[in-house]
Write a protein that binds this ligand. Structure first.
Ligand code: HEC
Ligand code: HEC
Length: 478
């Protein structure tokens, strides 16, 4: 078991905030009612909603120190299994035990005096570029292909005494409930959305009590493949997530997606108090600059192409930049429709009802649109692979659909390709079905499988090679 592997496999949990409506004051009220369209948003521009103000500095502190995921492995058992953290994985501003843990883990002491180690948001939302941990960059290499129950069993062998056993049991029950729904079949694909639905299936929306037996029909077992978007786009986005399902108070949606284990109103109230700070911190994040040379003259030409061909959807950059917050319908964008269809075909409406019935219902609404938002493109050089399903390995292929590989895998060890702009990859002549062994299979990105298509967004195919080269250079500079 290796560092992030153990964790990604087992400790992660997206969970749900529970609370009495009384302390959910503030935020824009949404009407509740029988109108079935209340769980849908139109395509087109997304309007802004007022957000609760927060303190970014306090938000960073909370993000890397607070136990917003409060169940996990007893520290003593974890230490026996995990390798010593690498110095480059330590973050500044961490307190107590956290100062010696890798960035994606947070420790706290529970009510029984047991020290617990759990994943924090950064297990999915931070990644290394070179030797530096970039907070907010989705981890394109996170591995959710294993059965998380294996790690639970392994940790269980090192658990000692009644208090540790009780803590382990609580965590084991949650993992048991979600395990069947959070296994992806390709390394780098993230099951977060399915994980949220699975947790809702096991919680009563009014009392938040956890039930080992599902209370709602659980989501499909196979998560729709998704790559994790960078956090710094949130400064300009009026709704969260690719389909803009996350409407209303973003801070509640963010933390709503972080609490595998919060079972008491006091705990939840404490988390909701710092949630706006975390949101405020996320909005201060700037992408890292492209770490190689940029031909400024060529980029300036590219900017002109971008303004003419791309800015109407993606917005323009710089001081006078605008961002239209535009959801493009599936038939126009042409990228893999499975995710947006799954969100809007009615099959998940029971979870949107759950959100509505929860104490969040007044300030948060689950209302996806049948399309994908055109994201702001700042820091796009770092956000490979591209599109919501990560089906396109680099920007050169995003700009010219004829270059997109049908079957590919990340190069090992991971390396960045400054020319094509993305992680280096190998093009393969076979898909998953022809793969010799399971270890190879899970590394193959097979665009012929449902949800993985690399079609659509062919807007720059008709440009000249010279125009595409200029555009690529410009994209490096964002
Ligand atoms: C298991 C991995 C995972 C964990 C843990 C996780 N997220 Fe996410 N997050 C995702 C994925 C995947 C998406 C994209 C889902 C989508 O757009 O439909 C996402 C989307 C988001 C977005 C919206 C970004 C955008 O551009 O729309 C925000 C903000 C966010 N997460 C914040 C958080 C915070 C804060 C935490 C911790 C409390 C957290 N996430 C924990 C995987 C995760
Ligand atoms: C009609 C609106 C529209 C136009 C025009 C358009 N895009 Fe997009 N673009 C989108 C949408 C929507 C997505 C998200 C699609 C998805 O994730 O499935 C996207 C995704 C992208 C991405 C990948 C983002 C990610 O999350 O990986 C890049 C890069 C990009 N566009 C660049 C461009 C460039 C460069 C141009 C101009 C040649 C352009 N786009 C023109 C709507 C548009």
């Amino acid at each position: 078991m290796t560092g992030k592997g153990l964790i990604a496999a087992a400790v992660v949990g997206l969970g749900l905030v529970a609370a009495a409506a009384a302390w959910f004051s503030g935020g824009a009220p949404f009407s509740r009612g029988p109108d079935p369209d209340r769980h849908r948003s139109p395509t087109g521009p997304v309007e802004a909603t007022a957000q609760r103000p927060g303190d970014p500095e306090a938000g960073y502190h909370a993000l890397v120190n607070e136990p917003y995921v409060s169940c996990g492995t007893p520290y003593d058992a974890w230490r026996r299994l995990a390798p010593a953290p690498e110095p480059r994985d330590l973050l500044p501003g961490r307190e107590g035990r956290n100062a010696e843990l890798p960035y994606f883990l947070t420790a706290h002491t529970n009510a029984d005096g047991v020290e617990i180690v759990s994943n924090n948001c950064l297990v999915c939302h931070a990644s290394r570029v070179g030797d530096e941990v970039v907070i907010g960059l989705g981890d394109a290499f996170a591995d959710f292909t294993g059965d998380p129950r294996n790690a639970v069993t392994q940790v269980g062998r090192f658990v000692r005494g009644a208090a540790e056993t009780a803590a382990w049991r609580r965590w084991a029950d949650r993992i048991e409930g979600i395990a069947p729904h959070i296994r992806t079949d390709t390394v780098g694909m993230n099951p977060a959305t399915n994980l949220s639905w699975a947790l809702m299936a096991h919680r009563d929306p009014e009392t938040m009590a956890w039930s080992n037996d599902p209370l709602l029909a659980p989501p499909p077992e196979n998560p729709v493949p998704l790559r994790t978007p960078p956090w710094w786009w949130m400064a300009r986005k009026n709704a969260m997530f690719y389909t803009t399902i996350g409407r209303g108070d973003h801070s509640r949606y963010m933390l709503f997606a972080s609490l595998l284990c919060a079972d008491s109103l006091d705990e939840l109230r404490a988390i909701d108090a710092y949630a706006p700070d975390i949101r405020a911190y996320l909005e201060t994040l700037a992408p890292p600059p492209f770490p190689h040379d940029i031909d400024q003259e060529l980029a300036a030409e590219g900017r002109i192409v971008f303004e003419a061909q791309c800015a109407s959807c993606h917005g323009s950059q710089g001081e006078t930049g605008t961002y239209p917050n535009l959801v493009v319908p599936l038939d126009r964008i042409g990228t893999d429709p499975l995710y947006a269809e799954t969100m809007t075909d009615g099959g998940l409406d029971r979870f949107y009802d759950w959100v509505e019935r929860s104490p969040h219902g007044g300030s948060v609404r689950a209302a996806p649109a049948a399309g994908y938002i055109a994201p702001p493109l700042d820091g796009i050089w770092a956000a490979a692979p591209y599109l919501h399903n990560g089906s396109v390995p680099n920007l050169a292929a995003l700009l010219d659909s004829r270059l997109r590989p049908r079957y590919w895998r990340h190069a090992t060890p991971r390396a960045y390709d400054p020319e094509a702009v993305g992680w280096r990859h190998e093009t393969l002549d076979h898909g998953k079905d022809a793969a010799a062994d399971p270890a190879e299979r899970r590394l193959i990105y097979d665009t012929t499988r449902p949800g993985y298509a690399n079609s659509g967004h062919a807007f720059s195919d008709a440009l000249s090679d010279a125009a595409r080269r200029a555009l690529l250079e410009y994209l490096k500079s964002l």
